[in-house]
Design a binder for this molecule. Structure first.
Ligand code: ADP
Length: 797
């Protein structure tokens, strides 16, 4: 027997093929084969593995088996339950069956074993490289083979081993694999293999392309499906086209009902059509819908019928307000003229006065008297033209301006429209709201008022506008020119008491659910509230305090199950805490260098303390306390006057060469201005320089000239009331203001002495005490109470 020939037990393989060098698990089930394995296990463990031509055959004959196979070694054997065994075999070399020796127990065949060693000439080398390259691509694309395999393949030196290893990794049909096994010569083996790898590569490439296409298609269909579902949901939300047609019909009905003017009607119908034609998802649908709602909500042709009875109007105003004789008269005159002359329609009432004097509530009463609707908008802090006139529809979240919104709220085209705090408007880069307001108030233009949002002219000529302001000097001039200013000054203590007892208290009690017999708040208690808990020209804080008392009363009734509560002046502290203000706060004693002036402010009158001190220096004048230009000049004038009176005031000749003078107006952080502190400044200066004390119970107001004349000033009533509040006994004021005193209530006139002066000398004669011999105090301390009020001091006139 040839050295390469040997006899080995043969295992027929089904659908599988083992190449040399390949290590693989095989499950052996056929009894014959099990027997064969068991037999070789005791020897060299070599078997011959050959593949069946048809895998299905259970008992293959010689003709059913390929004659070229692999000599292999059984490395391991594992018995499985049920008599089967699993073996691990490793291919050693190709072999060819020369003859079948027995087949009764298992096949024993005589095999010729081929050598797997070949000479590596350049052709073989080239083929090997080609194969490695192809295989590399295959590995990359197929992704079935781990990349470590590639490393070991690249490093293989022996061509036969390379060929067989590559072949074992390829996914090939059994007959293709057998073709490679059959090819013993190395060159054709490598060639065949190269060809098969190329073919496989093509297939894998194609597979990949198909895969990508399929995935894309899948993604596309999925995306489309998802979007379609979303559209369906959106459409459902918005209502489909049919719904919108129905909505259009609904809107058309409203157009008919609203009795729109012709041009407006046409425009609105066009918008409705536009809405119906819009694709359901268009963002504009909501915008157009909101716009139409706004238009249809406006009172284009709705108006109320006026009650044109002056007598009734008078009664209504009287019923709602105590006092205010003059303002009421003016209002009634205005109403009468309006009624008579259509031309007067244009003039607009401006109720001017400090907060809480009843401006807003007068507006409300006018509406009630005329049986008109009432709307109020506050212009305080409005600085953008768009707030008056609206934003164009192209803006996101655009809205009509406040005028149009007010009309919508009123629900009629002829309401009483109160523009509150018209003096608190300001303008900046966003446009000037007062220009827009001018158009609103101008009778020549306001019958076609155009709001940026509405875009269609609205007729405002039937609206009765009323404005309110604290300070008319802050109203832009063109606006002020259109207005008929009705001044409402602050209330005296007596007036406040009456207002409180007759109006505020009953109103608050009703609001708090207190019946008349449940709470009794005494007149003295209210008087004490006015004196100790409020310091104002109007009655706003008073009303707030009364509300607080009512609240406390309700609480007590509920908690203690009392039937009746009595609040007296003595027990007030229990309810409202310690009084915030002290009635007697004017200077307690005469001092040098301190004089009390009177100021008019937006929130009413106030006292103004002026301090002057002198110290070593060179005649310099320092002014502090946030004084405005006019007040500074006034101080200079007063100073020059005092200097010029050196002789008369018996001032030391060298005083101004050796001393500096400092004028300060306390509450230094609050701006102050106006000329009316002139005589007060002169008094304080003269006192400090001469060392003569100033009477602490006297207050003064008046402008001063360089020659010492005293000129007329304004705001008398407010100033006098303020002086009275702090317990001043005498007021010095310009001669020309004598006439204003007549209008003061008697109980005020009776309590204060008035001195009317033409020259500052007269003032000094009255207020300066005679010179004393003792030294001038170095530090001047004003009475505590003079600092009490921290309201805005802004002196005008
Ligand atoms: P204003 O608009 O001037 O700031 P309001 O109109 O808001 O003041 O008035 C504040 C409160 O004082 C309101 O409740 C108002 O009814 C009441 N009030 C003011 N003046 C009088 C008055 N003369 N008679 C009755 N109530 C008054």
């Amino acid at each position: 027997m040839d050295a390469n020939e040997r006899v080995l037990p043969m295992l027929p393989l089904r659908g599988i093929l083992v190449f040399p060098h390949m290590v693989i698990h095989l499950d052996v089930g056929r009894d014959k084969s099990v027997q064969a394995i068991e037999d070789v296990m005791g020897q060299d463990r070599h078997v011959f593995l050959a593949t069946q031509i048809e895998a299905q055959k259970n008992n293959p004959g010689e003709e059913d088996i390929y004659d070229i196979g692999t000599v292999a070694e059984v490395k391991q054997l594992l018995k499985l339950p049920g008599g089967n065994i699993r073996i691990l075999v490793e291919g050693i070399a190709r072999g060819k069956i020369l003859e079948y020796q027995t087949s009764d127990t298992y096949f024993k065949v005589k095999v010729k074993q081929y050598s797997e060693e070949f000479e590596k000439n350049s052709e073989v080398e080239a083929l090997m490289r080609n194969l490695v390259q192809q295989f590399e691509k295959y590995v990359k694309f197929s992704k079935r083979i781990p990349s470590e395999t590639m490393v070991s393949v690249i490093n293989m030196e022996e061509p036969a081993r390379l060929a067989d290893t590559v072949a074992s990794y390829l996914v090939l049909r059994t007959d293709d694999k057998q073709r490679i096994l059959d090819t013993v010569a190395i060159v054709p083996r490598l060639e065949t293999l190269g060809m098969l790898v190329a073919k496989e590569l093509e297939i894998v490439e194609l597979e990949r392309k198909i895969n990508i296409r399929v995935r894309k298609q899948m993604e596309k269909t999925q995306k489309e499906y998802y979007l379609r579902e979303q559209i369906k949901a959106i459409q459902k939300e918005l209502g489909d086209k049919e719904n919108r047609v129905a909505e259009g019909e609904e809107l058309r009905k409203r157009v008919d009902k609203a009795k729109l003017p012709k041009a407006i009607k046409e425009r609105t119908l066009k918008e409705i059509e536009r809405l119906e034609k819009m694709p359901p998802m268009a963002a504009e649908v909501t915008i157009v819908r909101n716009y139409l709602e706004s238009i249809l909500d406006l009172p284009w042709s709705k108006s109320t019928r006026d009650r044109l009875d002056i007598k009734v109007a008078e009664q209504v105003l009287d019923a709602d307000h105590y006092g205010l004789r003059k303002p009421k008269e003016r209002i009634i005159e205005h109403l009468a003229i309006r009624q008579l002359s259509k031309k007067m329609k244009g003039s607009i009432i401006c109720l001017a006065g400090p907060p809480g004097v009843g401006k807003t509530s007068l507006g409300r009463s006018i509406a009630r008297a005329l049986e008109r609707k009432f709307v109020r908008i506050s212009l305080g802090g409005v600085r953008d033209e768009a707030e008056i006139r609206g934003h164009r529809r192209t803006y996101l979240g655009a809205m009509p301006g406040r005028i149009i919104q007010g009309l919508k709220q009123a629900g009629s085209r002829n309401p009483v429209f109160l523009l509150d705090e018209i003096d608190k408007m300001s303008s900046d880069f966003r446009g000037d709201p007062s220009a827009a307001l001018l158009e609103v108030l101008d009778p020549e233009q306001n019958n076609t008022f155009s709001d940026h949002y509405v875009e269609m002219p609205f007729d405002l000529s039937n609206v009765m506008f009323i404005t309110t302001a604290n300070n008319i000097y802050k109203i832009p001039r063109p606006l002020l020119d259109r207005m008929e200013v009705i001044n409402i000054s602050g209330y005296t203590e007596e007036e406040k008491l009456q207002i409180a007892m007759r109006y505020l208290l009953p109103k608050q009690m009703e609001k708090h659910g207190l019946a008349d017999d449940m709470a009794n708040i005494s007149e003295n208690a209210i008087r004490k509230v006015i004196q100790g808990y409020t310091r104002e020209s109007g009655v706003r804080n008073l009303e707030r305090n009364i509300a607080a008392l009512c609240r406390k009363a309700v609480k007590q009734i509920v908690e203690n199950k009392n039937k009746k509560i009595k609040i007296m002046a003595q027990s007030l502290q229990k309810y409202l805490g310690v009084p915030k203000f002290h009635y007697q706060i004017a200077g307690q004693y005469d001092e040098v260098g301190i004089a009390t002036g009177l100021a008019w402010t937006e929130v009413g009158g106030d006292t103004l303390c002026i301090e002057v001190t002198t110290y070593k220096g060179k005649g310099k004048l320092t002014l502090t306390g946030k004084l405005g230009e006019v007040m500074k000049e006034s101080a200079q004038t007063a100073f020059s006057y005092v200097r010029s009176q050196e002789q008369k005031l018996e001032i030391d000749k060298i005083f101004f060469e050796n001393n500096d003078i400092h004028v300060h107006v306390p509450e230094g952080a609050i701006p102050k201005d106006g000329p009316s502190a002139g005589i007060t400044l002169a008094t304080a200066l003269a006192s400090a320089i001469t060392g003569r004390k100033v009477r602490c119970d006297v207050a003064m107001t008046g402008e001063i000239t360089l020659r010492g004349r005293v000129l007329q000033i304004g705001g008398i009533k407010e100033k006098v009331l303020a002086a009275k509040r702090v317990g001043i006994k005498m007021i010095i004021m310009p001669w020309e203001n004598k006439k204003d005193i007549q209008e003061l209530p008697n109980n005020v006139k009776g309590k204060i002495e008035f001195q009317f002066v033409q020259y500052i000398d007269e003032v000094l004669d009255i207020v300066l005490r005679p010179a004393e011999t003792e030294a001038i105090p170095d530090i001047v301390v004003p009475p505590e109470a003079a600092y009490d009020n921290n309201q805005n001091l802004e002196q005008l006139q």
